[in-house]
Design a protein around this ligand. Sequence first.
Ligand code: ATP
Length: 211
Amino acid sequence: MSPIGVFGGTFDPIHYGHLRSAYELLQDLGLGEVRFVPSAEPPHRGSTFAPAGLRYRMVEVAVAGQDGFMVDDCEFHRGGPSYTVDTLAAIRAEHGAAPLCLIVGMDAYLGLTAWHRWTEILGLAHIVVAHRPGWQLPDTGALGELLAECGTEDVGELHRQSCGRIYHHAVTQLEIASTEIRELVAAGKDPRFLMPDGVRDIIVESGCYTK
Ligand code: ATP
């Protein structure tokens, strides 16, 4: 069974940096699909800029028509902060023993030990770290110990086992950040070509990042 990629994020808004990384992982790792999971209530942020429903809609529009991409609304059915461990447990309950790959960028991976019940995550999924070419995962501290215990260079293990491995993969890193997009729009500029046109249209029509 091909692994299911789980790509969580605030997606405030989604952009080509997210989409290109996910697409390269879909192809290079032989994932069956990538589920984009917009965070309903991101635990690490005071509040988001665009409301949850609009961020969800932008992801839905961004992935429409791309084979293997889908949006998952599981965090919208739970109350309280959207913890990744709960999301993975929900997807695990739905898919039995299928391999799950939690996709994170290097910045997110470096903060892993601050996540809610982070030690349970590898019992539910593999972790796939998408990083810039040439970057290395930390080999000291708690993350270094985790890598020594769970790291693998063999993509086949992501297919043969349901969870428990850490794999890193270099992807084309587009220097796009949601923060910069929001700032650009607030300054009255057009975010065209940083994201699919449908997402840009929602931003312009809703005025969600306009000051
Ligand atoms: P913000 O600027 O608001 O912090 P962001 O652009 O980093 O947002 P998030 O929704 O917080 O986007 O990120 C979701 C995931 O996407 C994280 O795992 C993050 O590491 C990753 N990510 C963010 N930007 C990029 C990018 N340009 N290329 C690849 N992955 C990215």
